[in-house]
Design a protein around this ligand. Structure first.
Ligand SMILES: *Cc1c(COP(=O)(O)O)cnc(C)c1O
Length: 426
């Protein structure tokens, strides 16, 4: 059967298919670049696994306290080696990215300390962790204050503002690599390095933490290669490779990671406890697959950018700019556009393709959010997924795809829905 017919069977009209093929013809060079980075990162992961002599014994389940969990300890060494850090905490007991970040912050801050974000407002869920929005158990409740310096109009760092904001209480700086639910550009590893160098020149003992969510394996280097003391992320995003069903990681200096371990478990226990309950094969294999999975997701993002840019929508990043995370923002300007797009992503999924996503009030977010996710792992956003807060500018944030082919189908389906709703005409 012809390829076109296969797409037709899934609900993609010939017109939409041909439009997609036309866009793709210009993307060969970009896709080759992505494959190159993916290949580099694949070798990096294999080297770390070989150097740590991974064997069958590392996949065994442990229970109870989880003392002497060889598989867990070796996996943490692999993460540390791969990201060039002294230590790592990689655990199923870290429930999500927000939890990993909350642990990293609260472990390394003490009452009276100040936390600084020099890159503007952090990710929505961190507002409650920090206490920007009042919340039970926030850092604010524990006497940790917060300062923020916004990015300049052109997206640049406000170096003067940052210099003025740093004081004797500034203990930790949080730098969010990815744009999150904003339309600012994502920070490249190079720019993060420049920012860290600047900050350390002013006050060398400031801990620089990078929220690395969605950034892992997009470039050959990670923020830990350019001076970050801690990088933090979720295993149901990039580094879990789609296979990890839960988890988070914190990689960094021995001192920072140790603090995190005592905070995650208990003072006195630290990294020594935490049974793996049989989850390690998924963590190992997911990390092994992650560079390839990230490449597929990136191809999807670039395809979406070029397709929707051609149709006249504002897209961040634009069709030609370099990539530093797997998120693609498309601004539709209306709730209907956001909803139709998400319906398309949902309809293309291998799981729950028959359900219709609706906006709802999600914990941790300040506006209704619509989420499309037909995922094997609930909420996994390394799998093809889209979400958008229902508030101006009505942008949808699209990411993931365990395979490029699935990402392609999802994007074509989103366009199909926008056409069917009368929002777009080809
Ligand atoms: C996803 C994300 C988080 C939070 O992770 P959850 O797993 O959703 O809790 C934090 N920061 C950024 C930039 C993210 O993309």
């Amino acid at each position: 059967m012809e390829q076109k017919q296969m797409y037709k069977n899934l609900g993609i009209s010939e017109e939409v298919y041909e439009f997609g093929e036309k866009i793709l013809r210009n993307l060969e060079g970009r896709f080759q670049e992505i494959d190159k980075i993916s290949e580099y990162n694949q070798l990096k992961v294999i080297k770390a696994m070989q150097d740590n002599r991974v064997g069958e014994a590392h996949f065994a389940a442990t229970t109870g306290y989880g003392y002497n969990d060889m598989g867990r300890e070796t996996l943490e060494k692999i993460y540390a080696d791969c990201f060039h850090t002294e230590a790592a905490l990689v655990r199923p007991q870290i429930t999500c990215g927000t939890h990993a970040l909350a642990v990293a912050l609260s472990a390394n801050l003490r009452p009276g300390d100040e936390l600084l974000s020099p890159v503007g407002k952090p990710y929505d869920t961190l507002e409650e962790v920090i206490g920007i929005r009042d919340s039970i158990g926030s850092l604010k409740e524990y006497g940790v204050t917060y300062a923020q310096v916004d990015l300049l109009e052109d997206g640049g760092f406000d170096y003067e503002g940052i210099r003025n904001a740093i004081n004797e209480r500034t203990k930790l700086v949080t730098i969010q690599r990815s744009k999150g639910y904003q339309t600012r550009p994502t920070l490249s590893v190079e720019r993060i390095g420049e920012l860290i160098t600047f900050i350390k020149q002013i006050k060398p003992d400031i801990i620089c933490m990078v929220d690395n969510c969605y950034g892992e394996f997009v470039e050959e280097r990670e923020p830990s290669d350019v001076g970050a003391d801690m990088i933090v992320g979720s295993l149901i995003k990039n580094p879990g490779g789609g296979l990890a069903p839960i988890g988070g990681y914190i990689c960094g200096t021995k001192q920072c990671v140790e603090q995190c371990a005592y905070r995650l478990s208990a003072p006195g226990l630290g990294q020594e406890v935490g049974a793996n309950l049989g989850i390690l094969p998924a963590f190992y294999q997911g990390f092994f697959l992650a560079p390839t999975v990230v490449a597929g997701a990136l191809k999807g993002a670039i395809f979406a950018a070029n397709l929707y840019e051609t149709l006249g929508f504002s897209v961040v990043p634009n069709g030609t700019e370099s990539r530093h995370d797997i998120i693609q923002a498309v601004t539709f300007g209306t709730p209907e556009g956001v909803i139709a797009f998400c319906k398309g992503i949902q309809a293309a999924a291998p799981v729950d393709s028959y359900v219709t996503p609706e906006p709802w009030d999600m914990p941790g977010y300040d506006a209704p959010v619509i989420m499309a996710a037909g995922a094997f792992v609930q909420g996994s956003s390394i799998e093809l997924s889209a979400d958008g807060p229902i508030k101006p500018p009505y942008a949808v944030y699209f990411q993931g795809g365990l395979t490029w082919y699935h990402a392609k189908l999802g994007i074509l389906m989103s366009l199909q829905k926008l056409i069917e709703e009368g929002i777009v005409t080809l």
